[in-house]
Design a binder for this molecule. Structure first.
Ligand code: GLC
Ligand code: CA
Length: 577
């Protein structure tokens, strides 16, 4: 019997990615976005250059070599624009300015240039559904100026207009309307500090065209369009007649989401993107009730990609996963667009924890297998920072550390978005683990840490001071980039190997796939040119004939004679004739 492992070729001398790799960057390919692996940087939590505990643009720039070495094609940066930070920067006060928290406009330009120098494209967020309440337009609107028409102001219901104009609820909880001094109400589908723009007003269109041009002129390769399904509201703003509307998002068309009118806006932006050289792209953050409705956002004259949240929300179950893969490929295929795959982002519980609940080891096994599945499927993949390290959700953040507005708007019931935003560990055995230079690095544990490197995420720590804006678990030392670099079987090396193989194999990335009959319940088996992928989602090992030459495996395998034993929660890649 032999034990099969994938061997990682190189153990770089600089484990945390502070020096540039010597290899020449790959030339940018045409239609690059159809199979790009795009890495989401949550700016506040990636790397802090000045020790104030908050990630920033110079910090990201210094760590770009980590991303180049990881092998991704592009970086998506979450909003770094001038903002009061009522919703992690998704409340923009000035779309053309960098918030001093994150750096300067010069820093942004240098970051874009450095990324390009390393062969990495750069996608930035654009937030068109709403501005900050501190945006000059909204301030002028509150002062009674004609800017009121750039937002949705209405009179309330009730004898004195003391009731909101309709029954719409904010995604973050509570009514979607807030009353102002003159007695009228304004619409905000998110926090009250995020008033919705009125896209019926041509000035809004003109302003966003100009904002897109501003960043395109500075070299960005595309935009992640925030709430791309939200800009147009149903005429007359009708009542919904039901509570808990946030739970209906993604399963039905609501009068404030996924209205047909949004597509004209995306068409206009596509024309604008196409007027620039170099295949600049738009990716829709759109919550649509079906793969078919989502595909409307990626018709040939609209955006290039849309996040596939059906895949993200799919449970760990082979039948359900296969159904989502088929539905996704069919829907995007019907309009000629590539499918995207994503497991985590800054708004959801990390997939390791979704798959494993309180069992870190189980979650990690599944997360590693899921990553290989996703990277083997046709299309483009989004990775969320830290998943390459096997980071779990941090579920025991102290209330006083939390920042997510949805936590405060819903009495803490839904405060789910801080636990995936904890700054990532780079090196060292004490918080902030090289995330920044701030903090004392002492007393970061609460005493429940076992000192192992299993990263259970149960110890949020109490004393990280200014080291990081959210406290990092004491158990994360073993999960840092430095700790995992060159370590056999580490999750970081698994991602590096898989991304390297993906580049070498012509059959991966864009193109087709074919299911093979499943050798056992819970097993997914598919082929692509020269390639076969086998995933066992079941709880028992499965025996089958060795399929070919092993390329990558998410867990050690046993092989004897011509028989392979594929363990539970394991995904494998094979080269086949
Ligand atoms: C998107 C963002 C989320 C933000 C919301 C409002 O869903 O991903 O973080 O809170 O839009 O802008
Ligand atoms: Ca900083």
């Amino acid at each position: 019997m032999s034990l099969l492992r994938t061997v990682n070729p190189e153990s770089p001398a600089d484990p945390v990615g502070l020096t540039e790799p010597s290899a020449e960057p790959r030339p940018f390919a045409s239609r690059w976005w159809r199979d790009a692996v795009i890495y989401q940087v949550y700016v506040r939590s990636f790397a802090d250059s000045n020790g104030d505990g908050i990630g920033d643009l110079p910090g990201i720039r210094a760590r770009l070599p980590h991303l180049a070495r990881l092998g991704v094609d592009a970086v998506w940066l979450t909003p770094f624009y001038a903002s009061p930070q009522a919703d992690g920067g998704y409340d923009v006060a000035d779309y053309r300015a960098v918030d001093p928290l994150f750096g300067t406009l010069d820093d942004a330009v240098q970051l874009i240039d450095s990324a390009h120098g390393l062969g990495l494209r750069v996608i930035v967020d654009v937030v068109p559904n709403h501005t900050s309440d501190q945006h000059e337009w909204f301030r002028a609107a509150l002062a009674g100026g004609p800017e009121r028409d750039l937002y949705h102001f209405r009179q309330g219901r009730g004898t004195d207009g003391e009731l909101p104009p309709n029954d719409w609820e904010s995604v973050f909880g509570g009514p979607a309307w807030t009353r102002v001094a003159d007695g009228s109400w304004y619409l905000h589908l998110f926090a009250p500090q995020q008033p919705d723009l009125n896209w019926e007003n041509p000035a809004v269109h003109a302003e966003f065209d100009s904002i897109l041009r501003f960043w395109l002129d500075r070299g960005v390769d595309g935009f992640r369009v925030d709430v791309a399904h939200g800009m147009v509201k149903a005429a007359g703003m009708p009542d919904i007649g039901a509570r808990e509307q946030a739970k209906m998002i993604g399963s039905q068309v609501l009068p404030f989401f996924d209205q047909d009118g949004v597509h004209a806006i995306h068409r206009g932006w596509r024309r604008l993107l196409d007027s620039y050289e170099g295949e600049r792209i738009g990716v829709a953050e759109a919550w649509a009730p079906s793969p078919e409705r989502l595909a409307l956002y990626v018709r040939p004259d609209e955006l290039h990609q849309a996040f596939n949240f059906q895949f993200l929300t799919c449970p760990w179950d082979a039948t359900a996963m296969r159904a989502v893969v088929d539905a996704s490929l069919a829907a995007t295929g019907s309009v000629g667009a590539p499918t995207t795959w994503v497991l985590s982002n800054h708004d959801v519980v990390r997939h390791l924890t979704r798959y494993g609940a309180d069992d870190y080891a189980k979650g990690l096994r599944r997360a590693r297998a899921a990553a290989l599945l996703m990277l083997a499927l046709p299309g483009s993949t989004y990775l969320y920072q830290g998943e390459e390290l096997g980071l779990p959700e941090v579920r025991d953040l102290p209330d006083e550390a939390r920042q997510d507005p949805s936590f405060f708007r819903t009495d803490g019931q839904d405060g789910l978005r801080d636990g995936c935003r904890v700054p990532i560990p780079w090196e060292g055995d004490r918080a902030p683990y090289g995330f920044g230079s701030g903090g004392t690095g002492e007393d970061t544990g609460t005493g429940t840490d076992t000192g192992t490197s299993t990263g259970t995420g149960t110890d949020a720590g109490t004393g990280s001071g200014t080291g990081s804006w959210l406290p990092q678990p004491a158990s994360w030392a073993g999960l840092s980039v430095a700790a995992q670099t060159g370590a056999e079987g580490s999750t970081l090396e698994l991602y590096r190997t898989a991304l390297a193989r993906r580049k070498e194999l012509p059959g991966l990335g864009d193109g087709g796939m074919e299911w093979r009959p499943s050798p056992a319940a819970g097993v997914l088996d598919f082929v692509r040119p020269g390639f076969r992928c086998l995933l066992n989602t079941g709880t028992e090992p499965v025996e089958l004939p060795t399929p070919g030459r092993l390329l990558v495996t998410s867990a050690d395998l046993a092989a004897e004679g011509g028989t392979l034993t594929l363990p539970a929660d394991t995904c494998t890649w094979w080269a086949i004739p």
